[in-house]
Design a protein around this ligand. Structure first.
Ligand code: GAR
Length: 207
């Protein structure tokens, strides 16, 4: 059998990068056929950049100014150039706390993925675990989806549930959701690497 192609991942994140760590772990355990080609953050001292460097992955801070909540204009162009320079074929949003705009989506059509800490379409947007706790749901979880021009609206690839337990705080619930994220992102990426995904409108079919 021919060896599976390795995805060349460009990971964008703003925070601690624990999902990036899960991706590195899945690669080293041969559960994911991929290489992290580069990591980009909009936050200069984000720990995700440290994690990347400690795994010898090229890591860059790109200043998103003048925008506060989105990636657009000159910064978007610099991100696209950096991803192309590192021959990225799949863009992985891993705790990237900005709205990506059509420029990036057009540069990597059908190849931008995001992880969201809720079972979409419930609780899109920020701090989804707090939204779930406040609403009083008994089950929440995480979603890996293709990114489209909406906020957390793209076709869903993988979802994993996490229970809400009595006495949960936002921190304990987020931590339980993240345990599921560390399984869901490598699983979704491996389905992409194995060319097992077919998007039909909103639905992602497994081949
Ligand atoms: C993750 O829980 C991810 O789902 C969330 O940020 C966290 C990043 O953690 N993303 C969003 O809320 C996007 N709207 P990490 O930096 O440790 O991977």
């Amino acid at each position: 059998m021919a060896p599976m192609n390795k995805l060349r991942l460009g990971v964008l994140g703003s925070g601690t990068g624990s999902n990036l760590q899960a991706i590195f772990d899945a690669i080293s355990m041969q559960r994911l056929s991929a290489v992290v080609a580069c990591v980009i953050s909009d936050v200069p001292d984000a720990y995700i950049l440290e994690r990347a460097r400690s795994h010898r992955a090229p890591a860059f801070h790109i200043d998103p100014a003048p925008f506060k909540t989105k990636l657009e204009g000159e910064a978007e162009q610099r991100v696209i150039e950096t991803l192309r320079k590192h021959k990225v074929d799949t863009v992985v949003l891993a705790g990237f706390m900005r709205i990506v705009k059509p420029g990036l989506l057009r540069a990597f059509p059908g190849r931008v993925l995001n992880i969201h800490p809720a079972l979409l379409p419930s609780f899109p947007g920020l701090r989804a675990w707090e939204q779930a706790l406040e609403y009083g749901v008994k089950v929440t979880g995480c979603t890996v989806h293709f990114v489209d021009e909406g906020t957390d609206t793209g076709p869903i690839i993988v979802q994993r549930p996490a229970p809400v337990l009595p006495g949960d705080t936002p921190e304990t619930l987020h931590a339980r959701i993240q345990e599921q994220e560390y399984l869901a992102y490598p699983e979704a990426l491996q389905l992409l690497a194995a060319e097992c995904l077919q998007v039909e409108g909103r639905r992602v079919e497994l081949l």
